[in-house]
Ligand binder design. Structure first.
Ligand code: BEZ
Length: 210
């Protein structure tokens, strides 16, 4: 059964490069990015994990913890970590789950048999402080992910959770946003007293609220 937006992320106990964890306990009331990569000692995955480790401060600024997973063993992850540091110039700084029995990969539907029945695909789950799944993305094995895009979506989720706005195409933090159609002009005037640019009655553009 696939996991959909709004579902509660299943809890699990896992062996990781940082010891055994209970996912909910490890996550606490932070946001989390849980992502799978197909296999250790592979080129694209090596670049992805090095880059994600470089984003540590960006994730921390967003109260977000990161955890990776593949169907390799923790011992393999630990050996591979040396290659990541050597080639990407960045040590790993987040836990990697070893899931050789595929228990978590199956629960999160990270194995797509028509793509490859033995490897996890490149799945990403963004999970909010109440353990709800807020973003799912699946990439093929041959395409490295854009982890800056994942930060961008977290920015949008955190902003739109706080304000009655949505973020337009290619929005980045600081850009103008859109007043949600459900908000009447009267209500919008209270929330946005400086006004907005009404391009259509349903397209009201406003500065990003602080
Ligand atoms: C890679 O990370 O380079 C990779 C992994 C599995 C299949 C294809 C590429």
């Amino acid at each position: 059964m696939s996991i959909r937006l709004g579902d509660t992320a299943p809890n699990f106990i896992a062996d990781t490069t940082e010891g055994t964890i209970d996912f909910y306990d490890w996550k606490g009331d932070s946001w989390a990015v849980l992502f799978s990569h197909p296999k250790d000692f592979t080129p694209v995955c090596t670049t992805e994990l090095g880059y994600t480790a470089k984003l540590r401060d960006e994730f921390a600024e967003r109260s977000t913890k990161v955890i990776g997973l593949s169907v390799d063993s923790v011992q393999d992850h630990l050996s591979w970590a040396a290659d990541i540091e050597e080639t990407q110039g960045q040590p790993l700084n987040f836990p990697l789950i070893g899931d050789p029995e595929r228990a978590i990969a199956d629960e999160y539907d990270m194995i797509h048999p028509e793509a490859n029945d033995t490897l996890t695909v490149r799945s990403v789950f963004v999970i909010d402080p109440s353990n709800k799944v807020r973003l799912t993305i699946t990439y093929p094995a041959s395409t490295g992910r854009n982890f800056d895009e994942i930060l961008r979506v977290i920015d949008s989720l955190q902003l739109t959770d706080q304000h009655k706005v949505a973020t337009p195409v290619n929005w980045r933090r600081g850009d103008d946003v859109i007043i949600v159609p459900a908000l009447s002009n009267e209500e919008a005037s209270e929330r946005f007293p400086e006004g907005w640019d009404e391009q259509k009655p349903y397209l009201r553009v406003v500065s990003q609220p602080a």
